[in-house]
Design a protein around this ligand. Structure first.
Ligand code: HEM
Length: 535
């Protein structure tokens, strides 16, 4: 194991002879030339200047100087592991995805868990959303389910994402706070963004301080589509349910753990897998048709809403097991590039405006983060099924087309790959009509009902934790107007919660409840709301 110390003579760096003996390979330059001395620069005489000629020195320092790449603009701190996914159901009636054509099909998987706001060196137990990103290396391409441990999101439209993230990351002038949400800018933004209230309830709950990655749920958040071989489509939501159960710490524990061991979550995952205690999640799907979507009192394209499991039960269709740690953190966990647009035949997008924006954003940022358009050539990102295309050149091209043809169609007998209408991904031919406009969210207008539903689903102790968390967070906010503006949303969720928070902050009374800007379609089925809007 990597902890073993070989009985190998290694002489310390003060230049004793011989430098190294033993059975390991000879150290070389990256060109493969054996290195005789890895401790001393080539110099002119015993006390003379270092010589430019020392190619080993120059190469070593040059490479070191370029070791850092930009950290992810969000979810910078993460931890990954390998494993596999197994379909436990034949879902061929719902989707043509190769993986689900037969019970028992297995594919390799890579998962990266993360916090959102903190930078790469921040603490594990921050009160934050956790990323739960899964890459399934299927036989028809990589399928990424880039989810979180909370089933809804702060905002409804990707247009708002840069502002949300600017507000939650360290303030631009003082560069703090770095990892917690206790933040004037964050609460300023949130208090001005009523649609965030549902997610805020989750983020202030115990879910945001998980005991470890192994005890978290995961959610695909958006509504996606399954499309079967006959072209029939149904809507689908994805859930990961931990076999280990769901566990959180309490805030006082989180604060202590952060001080004692900021790597608590990554150490936990590493140790569990190394000890053979492989964490496992069930994949659940909520599948529903257009009729359900039309009758649901919220738009299924609104990522701040969930479909209650009482309305559409979660059907377990697979299992994900993590059974192998990475060989190298940078090569795998840092360089992995998840992207919502990585889907396979049988899976499709919906018109959720958050999802559509994500489909652009991930690829765009990864071109910069990973140094050019060829990051799919990095082994962790490359498909494990055969792949053939005519993309070529660019920085670090490693899979340029072989032979004469690099275009399609071509008529050469060995002309390379061709598109295949029978096998390729086909977008569901959804009927679209309507005027081109910036939608101001009439269909996404009710921001409080599901926040209330979540709050009511909590036990008394958990409700107290939510109130305490909001008091703690807001007590760090210096501007009284921001505190009051935030508390003004709470009576719309629960009067006792509003009172507890107002008391905790020492406010004289509960501020007047925030009046929602748009209410006309509240409580209406989506189809009725749509027809009102059209008239
Ligand atoms: C990264 C989830 C919304 C842009 C991530 C990661 C996760 C995630 C899990 C980390 C991936 C990894 O481990 O490498 C989500 C979820 C969202 C959401 C569940 C809402 C449902 C958005 C939106 C945007 C966005 C709306 C932009 C419009 C990004 C970017 C990264 C990222 C740029 C960094 C990717 C990289 O550098 O590889 N997101 N995100 N996300 N997300 Fe999101």
């Amino acid at each position: 194991s990597s902890n073993e110390i070989k009985d190998r003579k290694v002489v310390s760096g003060d230049g004793g002879e011989p430098h190294q003996v033993g059975d390991g390979p000879v150290l070389t330059t990256s060109q493969g030339a054996p290195v005789a001395d890895n401790q001393n620069t080539l110099r002119a005489g015993a006390r003379g200047p270092a010589l430019m000629e020392d190619f080993h020195f120059r190469e070593k320092i040059f490479h070191f100087d370029h070791e850092r790449i930009p950290e992810r603009v969000v979810h910078a701190r993460g931890y990954g592991a390998h494993g596999y996914f197994e379909a436990t159901e034949d879902l061929s009636d719902l989707t043509s995805a190769h993986l689900f054509q037969e019970k028992g099909r297995r594919v390799p998987a890579f998962v990266r868990f993360s916090t959102v706001a903190g930078n790469k060196g921040s603490v594990d137990l921050a009160r934050d959303v956790r990323g739960f990103a899964v890459k399934l290396y299927t036989e028809e391409g990589n399928w990424d389910i880039v989810g979180n441990n909370i089933p809804v999101f702060f905002i409804q439209d990707a247009m708002k994402f840069p502002d949300l993230i600017h507000s939650v990351k360290e303030a631009p002038d003082r560069a703090f706070p770095q990892a917690q949400s206790a933040h004037d800018n964050f609460w300023d933004f949130i208090s001005l963004m009523p649609e965030s209230m549902h997610m805020v309830m989750w983020a202030m709950s115990d879910r945001a301080i998980p005991r470890s990655f192994r005890f978290m749920e995961g959610f695909g958040v958006h509504t996606f589509r399954f499309v079967n071989a006959a072209g029939k489509s149904q809507f689908v939501k994805f859930h990961w349910k931990p076999k280990q159960g769901l566990q959180s710490v309490i805030w006082d524990e989180a604060v202590k753990i952060n001080g004692a061991d900021p790597d608590f979550h990554r150490r936990d995952l590493w140790n569990a897998i190394q000890n053979g205690d492989f964490p496992e999640w069930e994949l659940g799907v909520q599948v529903f048709d257009d009729a359900f979507a039309d009758s649901f009192p919220f738009d299924v394209l609104d990522a701040t809403k969930l479909i209650p499991e009482e309305d559409v039960p979660v059907r377990i269709v697979g299992r994900l097991v993590l059974d192998r740690v990475v060989d190298n953190f940078f090569a795998e966990t840092e360089q992995v590039a998840f992207c919502t647009q990585n889907i396979v035949p049988g899976v499709d997008f919906t018109n959720d405006p958050l999802l559509q924006g994500r489909n652009f954003s991930y690829l765009d940022t990864q071109i910069k983060r990973l140094g050019g358009p060829n990051f799919t050539h990095i082994p962790i990102n490359a498909p494990k099924c055969p792949f053939h295309h005519f993309q070529q050149d660019g920085h670090m091209a490693m899979h340029n087309p072989k032979g004469r043809a690099n275009y399609e169609p071509n008529s050469w007998s060995e002309g390379g790959p061709r598109a295949d209408p029978d096998r390729g991904h086909k977008s569901f031919p959804e009927q679209i009509d309507g005027e081109k406009r910036k939608v101001r969210g009439e269909l996404f207008a009710d921001h409080y009902s599901q926040a209330r539903q979540f709050y009511n689903s909590q036990t008394k102790i958990e409700q107290d934790h939510i109130a305490n968390a909001i008091v703690f967070e807001l007590s760090k906010v210096e501007a009284p107007q921001i505190r009051e503006r935030l508390v003004a949303h709470l009576p719309n969720i629960d009067k006792d919660l509003a009172k507890a928070v107002a008391d905790g902050l020492g406010l004289k009374s509960v501020p007047k409840a925030h009046k929602p800007a748009r209410t006309p379609v509240d409580g209406l089925k989506t189809s009725d709301a749509l027809s009102i809007l059209k008239n």
